[in-house]
Design a protein around this ligand. Structure first.
Ligand code: NAD
Length: 350
């Protein structure tokens, strides 16, 4: 019976992961650590805490002594490290918290893992959640990245995630720690902090404010529904080769403009089916079915903005049977419905 330590579990992907894992693996125990920084929402986890399905501890992964004690006391044999600062724009204005939490935090957790799993001869796996942003930026005429591509991060956020990866690999090589890594593309779905593109755009669309679009809006990203990412992580934990890196993406590459157009179409389709939404959101662009060109507004581009991310995921497909199940239309529709039904959740966070 695996005993998991899930860090950053009160954030967007961690929350989704915990609900999915708790249901799909009822035999596993789940210990959750989160420092409850600004992007966290402990309320997300309350049903899991109340039902005794998870044990929640407010703690910082930088606290090596506490992490080591937790690993020992809770009999942990799998660490899934989601904990990080994640907003690229914040990393540009203030990189230091990204070095502290993403690099030093991961390193402290690795040291705790070595002390208990390797030195303590208990055995155990360290799984690092990483991102496609570590690869840098692709031109349109270049093929998608596979896992052998060198890391060439551009933003301070991506640099901190790449540095964390290097420490994970160094700990595997130097101390014999068993590790796996996943590099995933852009996630969307329930519980995402309102500073991120999709929740932010939805908020604008629902309240009749034009959606700010960086530069020409032609930056390309691959979009994966968060439940598909979570399933990919569990496939790696079950079947991934120790020491291996796996790309997890959905082969759903869109420019930011295309993504926003699809999001607006999903919102309009939901308003068309649910006339009661007009009274709840009278200012929404969807009420007037405004043309797409009227609902977006150009904003100054992000400094050093990467042009394109694209992943080759054939390794995860061949070795793990990884195959995303939620297409863009379905995913956006589910996502829009969730944010409409959880309007208060978002307001409490802002
Ligand atoms: N969101 C995406 O599209 C995406 C894509 C690929 C990879 N990732 C990676 O997935 C992970 C989770 O991303 P997210 O979008 O859920 O982020 P998020 O910002 O929503 O949540 C991160 C969580 O980590 C916690 N945390 C931060 N520093 C901590 C520390 N020192 N100790 C304990 N907890 C700490 C925060 O309180 C927060 O709850 C990150 O490692 C991120 O790099 C995200």
């Amino acid at each position: 019976m695996p005993h998991l330590l899930v860090t950053g579990g009160a954030g967007f992907i961690g929350t989704n992961y915990l609900y999915a894992h708790a249901t799909q693996h009822p035999e596993d125990t789940l210990c959750v650590v989160d420092a409850l920084h600004y992007a966290a929402c402990l309320n997300n986890l309350q049903p899991l805490i109340d039902s005794g399905r998870i044990t929640f501890i407010q703690a910082d992964i930088c606290d090596k002594t506490l992490m080591q004690q937790l690993l020992a006391d809770e009999d942990i044999d799998v660490i899934v490290n989601f904990a990080a600062h994640t907003h690229v724009d914040r990393s540009i204005t203030d990189p230091a918290p990204f070095v502290r939490n993403n690099v030093a935090g991961t390193t402290a957790l690795l040291e705790a893992a070595v002390a208990v799993f390797v030195d303590g001869k208990r055995g155990g796996r360290f799984h690092q959640i990483s991102t496609d942003e570590v690869y840098g930026s692709l031109r349109l005429d270049e093929v998608p990245w596979d896992e052998a591509q060198p890391l060439q991060p551009n933003s301070p956020y991506a640099a901190s995630k790449a540095a964390a990866e290097h420490f994970v690999c160094a700990f595997a090589r130097t101390y014999g720690l068993e590790v796996t890594l996943t590099r995933c593309s852009n996630n969307y779905g329930p519980y995402q902090h309102p500073e991120k593109l999709i929740p932010k755009a939805l908020d604008c669309l629902l309240h009749g404010h034009p959606v700010p679009v960086y530069g020409d809006g032609l930056q390309r990203r691959d979009w994966i529904y968060v439940s598909d990412h979570c399933r990919g992580i569990d496939l790696v934990l079950s079947y991934g080769q120790p020491g291996a890196v796996y790309n997890l993406g959905a082969s759903c590459e869109l420019t930011n403009r295309e993504l926003l157009q699809a999001l607006y179409a999903a919102l309009c389709a939901i308003f068309a089916k649910r006339p009661e939404l007009v009274a709840r959101f009278p200012e929404s662009f969807a009420v007037r079915a405004a043309p797409f060109a009227k609902v977006i507004q150009s904003a100054a581009d992000r400094k050093g903005h990467d042009r394109r991310y694209s992943l080759n995921c054939t390794k995860a497909a061949a070795e793990l049977g990884f195959c995303p199940q939620i297409g863009l239309e379905q995913g956006l529709s589910q996502c829009v419905l969730w944010y409409i039904e959880h309007e208060n959740w978002r307001q409490n966070l802002i």
